[in-house]
Write a protein that binds this ligand. Sequence first.
Ligand code: IVH
Length: 672
Amino acid sequence: MNKAAAAERVAKLRELINDYRYHYHVLDESTMSEAAADSLKHELAQLEAEFPELITADSPTQRIAGTPLAKFSQISHSSRMLSLNDVFDEAEVSAWEDRLRKLAPDAKLEYFADIKMDGLACALVYQDGVLQQAVTRGDGFVGEDVTMNIRTIENIPLELRPAKGYEQFLRGRTEVRGEVVMYKADFAALNKAREAEGKPLFANPRNLAAGTIRQLDPKLSAARPLRYRAYDLLRDNPAETPTNQSVYEALRALGFSANNQARVFGSVRDVLKFAEHWDTARHDLPFNTDGLVIKLNDRELFAKLGVVGKAPRAAVAFKYAAEEATTIVKDIVLSIGRTGSANPVAVFEPVVVAGSTVQHATLHNADEIARKDIRVGDTVIIYKAGDIIPQVLKVLTELRPKGAKPFDMEAELKRQYPELEFERAENEVVYRMKNASGPLLLKRALEHFASKGALDIDTLGEKNVAALIDAELVKDIADIYTLTEEQVRGLDRFAEVSARNLVQAVRERKTPPLPRFIYGLGIRHVGSQTAIDLAEAFGSLPKLAKATLEDLQAVDGIGTVVAESIAAWFVDEDNQALLQKFDDLGVKPVYESHAGGKLDGMNFVVTGSLDTMSRDEAAEKIRALGGTFQSSLGKDTNYLVVGANVGASKLAKAEKYGTKQIDEQTLLEMLG
Ligand code: IVH
């Protein structure tokens, strides 16, 4: 990206992020998920790192969240309410542990881990056991007095419970810190009621909890089911609470809810196992969580290790992989499915979502694209549905580049598949190839797969293919590897010998040459030379399957349309399943590179007929030595092999390009 484009993008990103932050932190509304906003902030920070001259003091990357609302009275915290640094994986947790070990080489480190709740942090101040004040986190130093609203939360004791062994907490000042949350089920019920009343829906439990606490009408808070879960307890004498475990015990004794899930661990390895467990189990918790809080159990050591920036050294937030992210739609390609349906697929700038890199998502059909108004060049929020399949949630139209055009399915079909015709039946959302039923397409596909340039199975001509498919012995091209002699013999067209021959021929092709196999897949626009180029460039099927549009276009001779067609083929789920099936059936294409052969880098065109071999044979021999067999003469053609009965126009073109003309004899000598 050049500086002007970066400046424009930076300005748009800032506007959108600032808008999100204002809604989130001040109005307690959500314009998008935290993960999506993080993704945008990340992009902004990257651009600012690349173009430091674009950094301004008011950039969202230069700010700290949370400004107290002016409508509440402002209260200073007795000690700062800190935030936590995030860690995202094992390596980062281990690095944190290493730092702790350096700072406290002699200590036996014990860890206290708890679920990190997604709510609103709130400090409760008790004097001689009686609730005096409730204060939001605000900017960490000063928060808002929300005592009236907090008093409506049923599980907050207005007076601390007397309990044996905890008498001292009822004397003097006791501060409890914790999170105000709304349970997922309560949130869903509230929204259901609102839907019935035709009112706009609340965005998420966190915002609703925060919005409820940070408004001025206690009747409203009383009407909304909120809960408080305590995680910290402050006393003037810290010796009364030596460990975080003892804090949780005291909190429960004094009448608070504290998470039962919290545990003490002797090693980071055990904490990580706990984290792994909760990564999936968290979905069954009554409230939302996006990670764990891990802190040293020993509170004296915790305090001694101090604070860097706005976070304590002795604690971290372990965050689960974000399930949403933003990225840019680089293209929308159309794959033709098994039944002849045209399936639009978005190609993205690769981005990590929920722990894996995503570069495609199905867009389902033209109506769906129109409904979400997804255009090439758009920035979109993507998420993983059921944690596996990436989907486009919505377009951030604020970030749309000028001139981005609405997606036109019919025009795209014409552009990407100029030689095919499509139609859309009434009451159907899908475009399908004209005159192409599933079995018919399968017959063509199998004939192609078995053809001379592909797997070269001569027992699989048109009629035999039809017989196998009509008898439903073959439902996709991989099924030929499952055929048994017995099954085949049962068909009218096959006798004992021909059945055996067929099964034998197929068995012998379990390790087909990769270029032939790629060609045999019948990917639109991939002829045998392109298949060879792909094999040479990627070396294996899994690598080809993972190639981005850019990787594909970097291959000599592959332009946009061909690259799109290849990418579209590999993102189609049916095709992915097909490749998996080949693999499961033990079909392993092999590739022997001919690069470095004596014709490496030389391009040949054959015109007219040859005496000693067919064109296909000539092509094969040239390729076996690393040469390229071209179907038509171009500027990059090195040799035009002139056979018998040659048209004048080919020769004229060769003259024009200065291509060297050779006869069959010379070719034979070159082939050795
Ligand atoms: S302990 C120094 N425990 O996460 C702060 N915090 O990013 C130590 N939070 O502002 C806090 N669940 O509001 C702790 N089980 C839990 C928590 C928790 C949610 C919030 C808390 C804090 C933020 C830290």
